[in-house]
Design a protein around this ligand. Structure first.
Ligand SMILES: NC(=O)c1ccc[n+]([C@@H]2O[C@H](COP(=O)([O-])OP(=O)(O)OC[C@H]3O[C@@H](n4cnc5c(N)ncnc54)[C@H](O)[C@@H]3O)[C@@H](O)[C@H]2O)c1
Ligand SMILES: O=P(O)(O)OC[C@H](O)CO
Length: 333
């Protein structure tokens, strides 16, 4: 049994706290907001985000920074990527040397172009920062539906230790040394999911969805490999696996936000309607900047940016993607 704190009471933090508790660990769930911790303690359910999912009484819910980080074997950082720097800076004084921190947020910071693990490392240099990612909607994990993920760490032993903590009969975890690839897959798939949702909103079919997923993973892979990630990672759970789930699932907030934009909502209206974090909107500009920095062609990412930030009509974006200059699918050289 390990002592684990989960930092963040969004749907993913809550689902992982329940998973880890059911695996027999001692679990604390921390909210950045005292009033949220108080209300969750009373109700033992987040009826807005995970209706019908009970948070076991054995999970201690707190907003006490020091208590949540004292004598823990592992801490899981589950805040949305936009808050990770602020949360890391706030918690840094309570983090011991070589504390294992597992990042489960998916994003790239707009102004620094850093994936989430790098942000945590910068703010909490004494920590051993790892990542868990993959096709894993909280709505399904919290109900014990079979799910697979991948965990990456600097050292193989740490990754295998974490694999053991998270694994259950309904939650299968693989290990990988490719932290950068895992992080980029998780962040970039959200941008492609906005495009897939938009196509749904426009009333397009399965052919269009398959095209966006396939050409989307091609873009993600091109960029990732140029940045130093491994090619195989993009064919794995944190790459194509997560891209499929986020482009197809009824639970996906990125797909839903895109769907609403396809129906004519503005980005702001769509985000308001979804009510949960739409990470793709935060990562889109960073993805575009990375494509430019590494000189990689990412036409879907470029069109998503125009849709989000230049009010380009969705149907125009699709037309421009379809009528791009002719290309080979793979090189003839
Ligand atoms: N939900 C999922 O199924 C799922 C699965 C895998 C990964 N993720 C990733 O996990 C991360 C969290 O997503 P989520 O779905 O749990 O979020 P969510 O939309 O359910 O919840 C939002 C969270 O943001 C927190 N928050 C709001 N304002 C804050 C502030 N100022 N400072 C710190 N925290 C603040 C809220 O307390 C809440 O914990 C995201 O990066 C997401 O991509 C989510
Ligand atoms: O599918 P979304 O947009 O809800 O994102 C949540 C997770 O990343 C899915 O693994």
């Amino acid at each position: 049994m390990a002592k684990i704190s989960v930092m963040g009471t969004g749907s993913w933090g809550t689902a992982l706290a329940i998973l880890l508790y059911n695996n027999g660990h001692q679990v604390m769930l921390w909210s950045a907001h005292p009033e949220k911790a108080v209300s969750l303690n009373e109700t033992r359910e987040d009826s807005g985000k995970l209706p019908g999912v009970k948070i076991p009484e054995g999970i201690v819910i707190t907003s006490d920074d020091k208590a949540a980080l004292t004598d823990v074997d592992v801490t899981v950082f589950a805040s949305p990527s936009a808050y990770i720097r602020k949360v890391s800076r706030r918690l840094a004084p309570y983090v011991r040397q070589r504390q294992i921190i597992v990042n489960v947020a998916k994003g790239v910071e707009e102004n620094t172009l850093m994936p989430v693990c790098d942000i945590i490392k910068e703010e909490i240099p004494q920590a051993d920062v790892c990542v868990l990612s993959g096709p894993s909607h909280a709505e399904e994990v919290s109900r014990g539906l079979p799910t697979t993920c991948v965990v990456s760490a600097r050292r193989k032993e740490t990754a295998e230790y974490l694999q053991g903590l998270f694994m259950s009969p309904v939650f299968r975890v693989y290990t990988t040394p490719d932290m950068l690839g895992v992080e980029l897959g998780g962040a970039l798939k959200n941008v492609i999911a906005l495009a897939a949702g938009t196509a749904d909103g426009l009333g397009y079919g399965d052919n269009t969805k398959a095209a966006l997923i396939t050409r989307g993973i091609a873009e993600m892979t091109r960029l990732g490999v140029k940045m130093g990630a491994k090619l195989e990672t993009f064919a794995g759970l944190s790459g194509i696996g997560d891209l499929i789930v986020t482009c197809a699932s009824v639970h996906s907030r990125n797909r839903r936000a895109g769907y609403l934009m396809g129906k004519g909502y503005t980005m702001e209206q769509a985000m308001k309607e979804v009510q949960m974090v739409v990470e793709g909107v935060y990562s889109a500009k960073a993805a575009k900047a990375l494509a430019e920095k590494y000189d990689v062609e990412m036409p879907i990412v470029m069109e998503v940016n125009k849709l989000l930030f230049e009010n380009k009509p969705a149907s125009e974006a699709v037309k421009d993607l379809m009528q791009r200059e002719k290309q080979g699918e793979i090189s003839w050289e």
